[in-house]
Design a protein around this ligand. Structure first.
Ligand SMILES: C[S@@+](CC[C@H](N)C(=O)[O-])C[C@H]1O[C@@H](n2cnc3c(N)ncnc32)[C@H](O)[C@@H]1O
Length: 156
């Protein structure tokens, strides 16, 4: 008999940053990511060395991918996985009404310049958090993951 999969068996997510600048911030994001259930983490066109802010040593527990550029990353997105850009943009949907895809890769922008338009244009979804001013990148990523987790848990 065909197994009936639980929704949790068919979902996963990863989170990463495009051209990250402050490694300490990124360590903080990795810490949230693994504690809240990420399956992979990544950076695109940036450097990262293990930071004390990543108390979980996330890189030792789930894959940490490093991509040379956006095309490299996009070409290796896991099968059936939607790219969710996280950015304050006139085309962004509020996260409050967003239904997270079962399989998602969340992409945040650099601390100084955010996500460039060319990257924004290639995201399957674009979401933004409430507020008039931009938040810290690690805080933004942590809030996005929290939103995903609490929405899926309400559905169980
Ligand atoms: C410090 S912000 C970049 C600010 C940059 N000076 C700008 O205006 O685009 C770094 C990243 O955090 C995320 N971010 C910050 N505030 C956000 C918000 N309200 N909604 C969605 N993403 C946010 C985005 O991914 C953004 O690229």
């Amino acid at each position: 008999m065909k197994k009936k999969w639980d929704i949790k068996d068919e979902s996963f997510f990863g989170i990463g940053v495009y051209q990250p600048k402050t490694e300490h911030n990124i360590g903080t994001l990795w810490r949230s990511a693994i504690i809240l259930g990420a399956s992979f983490i990544f950076i695109i066109d940036g450097k990262y060395k293990p930071q004390t802010s990543d108390t979980q040593k996330t890189w030792s527990k789930i894959p940490f991918y490093r991509y040379d550029d956006f095309d490299h990353f996009y070409g290796t997105l896991p099968y059936s996985t939607q790219l969710v850009g996280v950015e304050m943009d006139s085309n962004s949907q509020s996260i409050c009404t967003f239904a997270h895809p079962l399989r998602a890769a969340y992409l945040l922008g650099a601390e100084d310049n955010g996500l460039p338009q060319a990257v924004v244009d290639r995201c399957h979804h674009l979401i933004q958090l409430p507020g008039e001013s931009s938040l810290n990148v690690a805080v933004s990523g942590s809030l996005v993951i929290y939103d995903r987790v609490q929405k899926w848990e309400l559905k169980q």
